[in-house]
Write a protein that binds this ligand. Sequence first.
Ligand code: ZN
Ligand code: ZN
Length: 359
Amino acid sequence: MYPEKKTILNYGILSSISWNSNNWADHPTDEDLKASKYNYVKDNAHMHESLNFGHDNFPVEEDGYYIGYTPMFNRPPDVENSRNVQVVFFTSSDFKKFNRKTIIGFYGFPVFGEWFTRKSKHELYKTYSRGNIKALPEDIIYFQNPIVINNEIVQTNNLLPEGKKISQQGFNYLNSDHVYNLIKLALSLNPSNSKLKNFVEKFPLIEKLAKEEFDLQDFIGIIGDTTADTLKDIEKLEKKMKGQPPEIKQRISKYIERGAISKKVKKLNNYKCSICEELGNSTNSFVKRNGNTYIETHHVEPVSTVKIGVLSITNLMTVCANHHRQLHFGNVDLIENTEKFFTFIIDEQKIRIEKINIS
Ligand SMILES: [Zn+2]
Ligand SMILES: [Zn+2]
């Protein structure tokens, strides 16, 4: 049922930051500042990364993103080499524990490559005014129990590219296997971290892991053994879905979005992002190994509404990963849903998308 897992290069980054005894949610201690390996931190008694995991305490920016920092991105990673990056893990050396190196958490679906200024109001933002990486708070995961790493652990668990030692100061690119293995380790160390679990569920490559780790028996009980690969199957599912909790509906939606119908829709739409096309942008999505452009499908009317037809093909549109996230989290209103098209207001711009026609 699952496509064979292929290794994707440069799927993640492991990047180091200074140690912060306040769990990166407050000022560093004087000791922290002295122990930092970074001259900038020592010289200026200032650590931009101090608030990297303060996303539960401090305000996000207007766009919903929370800003963090790693000294390693002052010279930003190459855009082209980083286009597949889904996760940036932060590693730090605990000087109080013999410089034990740990991975303390990550930013999922991060945006980086430039400086970001904190414009929201908070006392601490006066001191820590900017950063060079950002993510949505729900995708910023702090490990209460960090992953301790050393060169042996890294080798045994395949956490870094072969032959690579953990860099003391710098960052490593990780392939999808390394990312997968790190998240798996994090999960095993932090079994009750519900944010991490939620992240895993929407993480494309570890869908399978999510299925193993989390109780999906209920889900299978509801949908039966259907593959949801025909419109008839979907119609049946839609009926069964009535009265189910939103979480189940969400899962069913995802199940369909991965299935044959979705593949058909993507093909029909020529692997194009409907929004990019309407805006006249060339989609900046990457090309997969099979030669098709990477594209996602989106249910326009949220599946949780249980409106009839919500799961049907006419409620699907194809979008690039960026626009997909914008549809979910951005300033977007659906103002019209007719037989032939959807009309959205996206950041005050009216955008009309023709519906998919399979006949
Ligand atoms: Zn797009
Ligand atoms: Zn969606």
